[in-house]
Design a protein. Structure first.
Length: 252
Protein backbone atom coordinates (compact mmCIF):
# COMPACT_ATOMS: atom_id res chain seq x y z
CA UNK A 1 0.00 0.00 0.00
CA UNK A 2 1.32 3.46 -0.93
CA UNK A 3 2.07 5.94 1.82
CA UNK A 4 -0.26 9.01 1.87
CA UNK A 5 2.20 11.36 0.18
CA UNK A 6 2.96 9.04 -2.73
CA UNK A 7 -0.75 8.26 -3.10
CA UNK A 8 -1.61 11.96 -3.38
CA UNK A 9 1.22 12.46 -5.84
CA UNK A 10 0.02 9.52 -7.96
CA UNK A 11 -3.57 10.80 -8.02
CA UNK A 12 -2.52 14.32 -8.98
CA UNK A 13 -0.33 12.84 -11.72
CA UNK A 14 -3.31 10.84 -13.04
CA UNK A 15 -5.44 14.01 -13.15
CA UNK A 16 -2.70 15.89 -14.99
CA UNK A 17 -2.36 13.01 -17.45
CA UNK A 18 -6.13 13.13 -18.11
CA UNK A 19 -6.01 16.91 -18.50
CA UNK A 20 -3.17 16.59 -21.01
CA UNK A 21 -4.93 13.78 -22.86
CA UNK A 22 -7.95 16.07 -23.37
CA UNK A 23 -5.76 18.45 -25.38
CA UNK A 24 -4.75 15.90 -28.01
CA UNK A 25 -5.05 16.76 -31.69
CA UNK A 26 -7.99 14.43 -32.28
CA UNK A 27 -10.00 15.91 -29.40
CA UNK A 28 -9.56 19.39 -30.83
CA UNK A 29 -10.76 18.18 -34.24
CA UNK A 30 -13.83 16.38 -32.85
CA UNK A 31 -14.98 19.18 -30.55
CA UNK A 32 -14.45 21.89 -33.19
CA UNK A 33 -16.36 19.72 -35.69
CA UNK A 34 -19.34 19.33 -33.36
CA UNK A 35 -19.37 22.99 -32.35
CA UNK A 36 -19.08 24.30 -35.91
CA UNK A 37 -22.42 22.85 -37.05
CA UNK A 38 -24.60 24.08 -34.17
CA UNK A 39 -27.01 27.00 -34.43
CA UNK A 40 -26.07 28.63 -31.13
CA UNK A 41 -23.55 28.52 -28.29
CA UNK A 42 -25.85 26.54 -25.96
CA UNK A 43 -26.25 23.70 -28.47
CA UNK A 44 -22.53 23.77 -29.26
CA UNK A 45 -21.73 23.40 -25.58
CA UNK A 46 -24.38 20.73 -24.98
CA UNK A 47 -23.39 18.53 -27.92
CA UNK A 48 -19.72 19.01 -27.18
CA UNK A 49 -20.25 17.78 -23.63
CA UNK A 50 -22.22 14.79 -24.95
CA UNK A 51 -19.18 13.85 -27.02
CA UNK A 52 -16.96 14.26 -23.95
CA UNK A 53 -19.32 12.10 -21.88
CA UNK A 54 -19.20 9.36 -24.51
CA UNK A 55 -15.42 9.49 -24.60
CA UNK A 56 -15.17 9.34 -20.81
CA UNK A 57 -17.58 6.39 -20.74
CA UNK A 58 -15.29 4.33 -22.96
CA UNK A 59 -12.25 5.25 -20.90
CA UNK A 60 -14.10 4.31 -17.70
CA UNK A 61 -15.21 0.94 -19.06
CA UNK A 62 -11.82 -0.01 -20.55
CA UNK A 63 -9.90 1.31 -17.56
CA UNK A 64 -12.25 -0.35 -15.07
CA UNK A 65 -11.91 -3.69 -16.86
CA UNK A 66 -8.13 -3.34 -16.86
CA UNK A 67 -8.01 -2.61 -13.13
CA UNK A 68 -10.67 -5.01 -11.82
CA UNK A 69 -10.15 -7.98 -14.11
CA UNK A 70 -6.43 -7.44 -14.86
CA UNK A 71 -7.19 -7.43 -18.60
CA UNK A 72 -4.22 -6.28 -20.65
CA UNK A 73 -5.13 -4.72 -23.98
CA UNK A 74 -3.44 -6.20 -27.08
CA UNK A 75 -0.20 -4.44 -28.03
CA UNK A 76 -1.56 -3.73 -31.52
CA UNK A 77 -4.56 -1.79 -30.14
CA UNK A 78 -2.76 1.56 -30.17
CA UNK A 79 -1.76 1.18 -33.81
CA UNK A 80 -5.20 0.24 -35.07
CA UNK A 81 -6.97 2.79 -32.88
CA UNK A 82 -4.74 5.55 -34.25
CA UNK A 83 -5.54 4.54 -37.82
CA UNK A 84 -9.26 4.37 -37.06
CA UNK A 85 -9.20 7.92 -35.70
CA UNK A 86 -7.15 9.03 -38.71
CA UNK A 87 -9.56 7.50 -41.22
CA UNK A 88 -12.62 9.07 -39.61
CA UNK A 89 -10.97 12.49 -39.30
CA UNK A 90 -9.91 12.35 -42.94
CA UNK A 91 -13.39 11.38 -44.14
CA UNK A 92 -15.00 14.12 -42.06
CA UNK A 93 -12.53 16.76 -43.20
CA UNK A 94 -13.10 15.90 -46.86
CA UNK A 95 -16.87 15.93 -46.34
CA UNK A 96 -16.78 19.35 -44.66
CA UNK A 97 -14.55 20.64 -47.46
CA UNK A 98 -16.99 19.32 -50.05
CA UNK A 99 -19.86 21.04 -48.23
CA UNK A 100 -17.84 24.27 -48.14
CA UNK A 101 -17.21 24.17 -51.90
CA UNK A 102 -20.84 23.51 -52.84
CA UNK A 103 -23.03 26.28 -54.29
CA UNK A 104 -24.63 28.66 -51.79
CA UNK A 105 -27.98 26.91 -52.22
CA UNK A 106 -26.55 23.91 -50.40
CA UNK A 107 -24.51 25.81 -47.81
CA UNK A 108 -27.13 25.21 -45.12
CA UNK A 109 -26.42 21.47 -45.10
CA UNK A 110 -25.02 20.32 -41.78
CA UNK A 111 -21.94 18.10 -41.80
CA UNK A 112 -22.63 14.69 -40.30
CA UNK A 113 -20.66 12.84 -37.68
CA UNK A 114 -17.76 10.59 -38.59
CA UNK A 115 -19.56 7.45 -37.50
CA UNK A 116 -22.59 8.52 -39.56
CA UNK A 117 -20.42 8.95 -42.65
CA UNK A 118 -18.84 5.53 -42.22
CA UNK A 119 -22.14 3.72 -41.61
CA UNK A 120 -23.91 5.52 -44.45
CA UNK A 121 -20.98 4.71 -46.74
CA UNK A 122 -21.35 1.02 -45.92
CA UNK A 123 -25.13 1.24 -46.44
CA UNK A 124 -24.59 2.92 -49.83
CA UNK A 125 -22.24 0.12 -50.95
CA UNK A 126 -24.79 -2.46 -49.81
CA UNK A 127 -27.53 -0.58 -51.70
CA UNK A 128 -25.47 -0.42 -54.91
CA UNK A 129 -24.74 -4.14 -54.73
CA UNK A 130 -28.40 -4.93 -54.10
CA UNK A 131 -29.34 -2.88 -57.16
CA UNK A 132 -26.90 -4.88 -59.27
CA UNK A 133 -28.50 -8.11 -58.11
CA UNK A 134 -32.09 -7.03 -58.67
CA UNK A 135 -32.94 -4.84 -55.69
CA UNK A 136 -35.79 -2.36 -56.19
CA UNK A 137 -35.04 0.28 -53.53
CA UNK A 138 -34.74 3.66 -55.27
CA UNK A 139 -32.67 5.52 -52.67
CA UNK A 140 -29.82 4.34 -50.48
CA UNK A 141 -30.74 3.90 -46.79
CA UNK A 142 -29.24 6.43 -44.38
CA UNK A 143 -29.05 7.06 -40.65
CA UNK A 144 -28.92 10.38 -38.80
CA UNK A 145 -29.91 12.40 -41.89
CA UNK A 146 -30.05 15.63 -39.91
CA UNK A 147 -26.47 15.41 -38.66
CA UNK A 148 -25.72 15.53 -34.95
CA UNK A 149 -28.33 14.26 -32.54
CA UNK A 150 -28.07 13.38 -28.86
CA UNK A 151 -27.52 9.66 -29.44
CA UNK A 152 -25.20 9.98 -32.43
CA UNK A 153 -22.99 12.57 -30.71
CA UNK A 154 -22.62 10.42 -27.61
CA UNK A 155 -21.85 7.43 -29.84
CA UNK A 156 -19.10 9.35 -31.61
CA UNK A 157 -17.53 10.05 -28.21
CA UNK A 158 -17.79 6.38 -27.23
CA UNK A 159 -16.04 5.26 -30.41
CA UNK A 160 -13.52 8.07 -30.19
CA UNK A 161 -12.58 6.82 -26.73
CA UNK A 162 -10.80 3.96 -28.50
CA UNK A 163 -8.57 6.49 -30.23
CA UNK A 164 -4.93 7.41 -30.14
CA UNK A 165 -3.10 7.06 -26.78
CA UNK A 166 -6.11 5.88 -24.75
CA UNK A 167 -5.19 2.15 -24.75
CA UNK A 168 -1.62 2.87 -23.65
CA UNK A 169 -2.75 5.17 -20.86
CA UNK A 170 -5.27 2.64 -19.57
CA UNK A 171 -2.41 0.19 -19.10
CA UNK A 172 -1.07 2.63 -16.50
CA UNK A 173 -4.13 1.94 -14.34
CA UNK A 174 -3.51 -1.79 -14.70
CA UNK A 175 0.03 -1.20 -13.47
CA UNK A 176 -1.31 0.90 -10.58
CA UNK A 177 -3.64 -1.93 -9.60
CA UNK A 178 -0.78 -4.41 -9.69
CA UNK A 179 1.36 -2.17 -7.51
CA UNK A 180 -1.19 -0.84 -5.04
CA UNK A 181 -4.43 -2.77 -5.40
CA UNK A 182 -7.74 -2.35 -7.20
CA UNK A 183 -8.79 0.61 -5.06
CA UNK A 184 -5.77 2.68 -5.98
CA UNK A 185 -6.10 1.73 -9.64
CA UNK A 186 -9.74 2.87 -9.69
CA UNK A 187 -8.90 6.09 -7.87
CA UNK A 188 -6.22 6.80 -10.45
CA UNK A 189 -8.71 6.10 -13.24
CA UNK A 190 -11.26 8.44 -11.65
CA UNK A 191 -8.73 11.26 -11.37
CA UNK A 192 -7.69 10.72 -15.00
CA UNK A 193 -11.34 11.08 -16.08
CA UNK A 194 -11.76 14.20 -13.91
CA UNK A 195 -8.77 15.80 -15.62
CA UNK A 196 -10.06 14.76 -19.05
CA UNK A 197 -13.52 16.20 -18.36
CA UNK A 198 -12.07 19.45 -17.07
CA UNK A 199 -9.90 20.05 -20.13
CA UNK A 200 -12.57 19.05 -22.64
CA UNK A 201 -15.20 21.19 -20.89
CA UNK A 202 -12.89 24.18 -21.28
CA UNK A 203 -12.40 23.25 -24.94
CA UNK A 204 -16.16 22.97 -25.51
CA UNK A 205 -16.73 26.38 -23.95
CA UNK A 206 -13.97 27.93 -26.07
CA UNK A 207 -15.21 26.34 -29.30
CA UNK A 208 -18.83 27.28 -28.57
CA UNK A 209 -17.79 30.86 -27.91
CA UNK A 210 -15.70 31.04 -31.08
CA UNK A 211 -18.31 29.65 -33.45
CA UNK A 212 -21.18 31.63 -31.91
CA UNK A 213 -19.10 34.80 -32.28
CA UNK A 214 -18.69 34.30 -36.04
CA UNK A 215 -22.14 32.81 -36.70
CA UNK A 216 -23.57 36.14 -37.86
CA UNK A 217 -20.52 36.93 -40.02
CA UNK A 218 -20.63 34.64 -43.08
CA UNK A 219 -17.08 35.27 -44.30
CA UNK A 220 -15.58 34.73 -40.86
CA UNK A 221 -17.69 31.60 -40.40
CA UNK A 222 -16.52 30.27 -43.78
CA UNK A 223 -12.89 30.94 -42.86
CA UNK A 224 -13.21 29.12 -39.53
CA UNK A 225 -15.08 26.23 -41.16
CA UNK A 226 -12.42 25.92 -43.87
CA UNK A 227 -9.68 25.95 -41.23
CA UNK A 228 -11.51 23.23 -39.29
CA UNK A 229 -11.79 21.12 -42.44
CA UNK A 230 -8.11 21.55 -43.32
CA UNK A 231 -7.08 20.68 -39.76
CA UNK A 232 -9.15 17.48 -39.82
CA UNK A 233 -7.71 16.43 -43.17
CA UNK A 234 -4.08 17.04 -42.18
CA UNK A 235 -4.33 15.42 -38.73
CA UNK A 236 -6.41 12.56 -40.13
CA UNK A 237 -3.82 11.81 -42.82
CA UNK A 238 -1.00 11.86 -40.25
CA UNK A 239 -2.86 9.46 -37.94
CA UNK A 240 -3.87 7.22 -40.84
CA UNK A 241 -0.21 6.84 -41.78
CA UNK A 242 0.63 5.90 -38.20
CA UNK A 243 2.70 9.06 -37.66
CA UNK A 244 0.76 10.54 -34.76
CA UNK A 245 3.77 10.30 -32.45
CA UNK A 246 5.67 12.59 -34.84
CA UNK A 247 3.32 15.50 -34.11
CA UNK A 248 4.76 18.06 -31.71
CA UNK A 249 3.31 17.93 -28.20
CA UNK A 250 0.63 20.55 -27.51
CA UNK A 251 1.54 20.67 -23.83
CA UNK A 252 5.32 20.97 -23.84
Amino acid sequence: MMDPFNLRLALVSAAVLGFRHGLDYDHIAAISDISSVQANARDAMRYGLLYVAGHATTVALLGGAAVVFRIALPSATDRWAERLVGATLLVLGLYVLGTFLRPAAHSHARPRTRITLLINGALWIYWRLSRVFGGTRVEAPQIFKDGYGTGSTFLVGVIHGLGAETPTQILLFLMAANLGGVGIGLMGLLMFIVGLLLMNTLMCASAAGLFSAVLARPKALQAVTLATSAYSIVVGAIFLLGLGTKLPSLTS
